[in-house]
Design a protein around this ligand. Structure first.
Ligand SMILES: Nc1ncnc2c1ncn2[C@@H]1O[C@H](COP(=O)(O)OP(=O)(O)OP(=O)(O)O)[C@@H](O)[C@H]1O
Length: 272
C-alpha cells in the first residue's frame, strides 16, 4: 500500500537507488531503504559493506553518483549544514574532538547554534542582546537536560579533552540531539560502551522513536542492532540484500551468510 502523506514512512527518510563509486569501486550499489518516523531502523553489514558511505550520503557529507534521499516527501539536497537545518543529525563511528572547554560547553554550543538558527532577529540592538542572553541561558539548561538524558550528567563540568571515549561518544549524541532532529543517524553507536551504557542507549533509542524521530542505526554486530530495531536492512558489498523485522533477519540465509562472512560466531544469532 502506498504511504499516505501523514504515514510514518512518508514522514521519515526514503533512500532510493543510491550508488556511490570511488573510481572503479562501487561502495554503495543502488541501495534503497526507508527509515520511518517513530521507528528504529537498522543497517547491518560487515566491514566495508558501505554503511558509513550511505550515512555520509544521507547526511550530506558525500554526493552520490546516482540516487536520491527524501525526508518527509521532499528531496534532500545540499550539504551537511543544509541537511542539519532540515532535521538530519548524526553521530560518527569515530567521534571527533568535542571542540569546547567542558562537556557542557560542547553541548551548549550546539543547542545555542540551533536556537539562533530558529530565532527571528530582534529589531533593536537591545532587543537582540536580550534574545542572545535568553538563548544562552536556555542553551545551558538544554545542555544539562541532554547530558542527563544520555546518562553522562556527572561529566558536564569535566574537560572535553579528558573524558573517556565512551563518554565522548555519548556527548556527541547529546550534541546531535541538541538540534532537535527529526532523523538521527548513528554509526556504530555501541562501540566502546560498557554493558550498562549499551542497555541505556537501547532504551534511549526506543524512547526517541516513540517521540516520533526516525532513528537509523548502522552497525557490524548483529545483536545490539537486532535487539533494538523494528526493521533491519542488511548491506553487503554495497547492496541491500535483505530487509525485514529482526526475527526474519535472524532466520534469513542471506543475512546469516553476511554475518558469517564478517567472521562473527553464528552462535550470536540467538532468539530475541
Ligand atoms: N573515501 C574513500 N575512497 C575510496 N574508497 C572508500 C572511501 N570511503 C570508503 N571507501 C571504500 O568503500 C567501501 C565501503 O566503505 P564503508 O566505510 O562505507 O563501509 P562500512 O560498512 O561502513 O565499513 P566499516 O564497518 O568498516 O566502517 C570500502 O571498500 C571502503 O574501503
Amino acid at each position: 500500500m502506498a504511504p499516505t502523506a501523514s504515514s510514518p514512512t512518508a514522514q521519515g527518510l526514503l533512500v532510493s537507488d543510491v550508488t556511490v563509486r570511488f573510481g572503479a569501486l562501487t561502495a554503495v550499489d543502488r541501495a534503497a531503504l526507508t527509515a520511518p518516523a517513530g521507528a528504529v531502523t537498522g543497517l547491518i553489514g560487515p566491514d566495508g559493506a558501505g554503511k558509513t558511505t550511505l550515512c555520509d550520503v544521507i547526511s550530506g557529507l558525500r554526493r552520490p553518483s546516482e540516487g536520491t534521499v527524501r525526508l518527509a516527501g521532499a528531496d534532500l539536497t545540499g550539504g551537511a549544514r543544509e541537511r542539519a537545518r532540515r532535521g538530519v543529525a548524526r553521530t560518527f563511528e569515530r567521534p571527533g574532538p568535542l571542540g569546547a572547554a567542558t562537556v557542557r560547553d560542547a553541548v551548549r554550543a550546539a543547542a545555542a547554534r540551533h536556537a539562533a538558527a530558529r530565532e527571528h532577529p530582534g529589531r533593536t540592538a537591545r532587543d537582540r542582546w536580550r534574545r542572545r542572553r535568553a538563548a544562552r541561558r536556555d542553551a545551558a539548561g538544554r545542555a544539562d537536560e541532554l547530558l542527563a538524558r544520555v546518562g553522562i550528567g556527572e561529566y558536564a563540568r569535566r574537560s572535553a579533552r579528558a573524558v573517556p571515549p565512551d563518554v565522548a561518544r555519548l556527548a556527541e549524541l547529546a550534541r546531535a540531539l541538541a538540534a532537535d532532529p527529526s532523523v538521527l543517524l548513528l554509526d556504530e553507536p555501541w562501540t566502546g560502551l560498557p554493558e550498562r551504557r549499551r542497555r541505556s542507549l537501547e532504551v534511549l533509542l526506543r524512547d526517541l522513536a516513540a517521540e516520533g524521530l526516525a532513528v537509523l542505526v548502522a552497525g557490524q554486530d548483529l545483536e545490539p542492532v537486532l535487539g533494538v530495531c523494528d526493521v533491519v536492512h542488511v548491506l553487503d558489498g554495497g547492496r541491500v540484500v535483505a530487509s525485514g523485522p529482526p526475527a526474519e533477519i535472524r532466520a534469513d540465509a542471506r543475512a546469516r551468510g553476511v554475518h558469517r562472512s564478517a567472521g562473527a560466531p553464528e552462535a550470536r544469532l540467538t532468539a530475541r
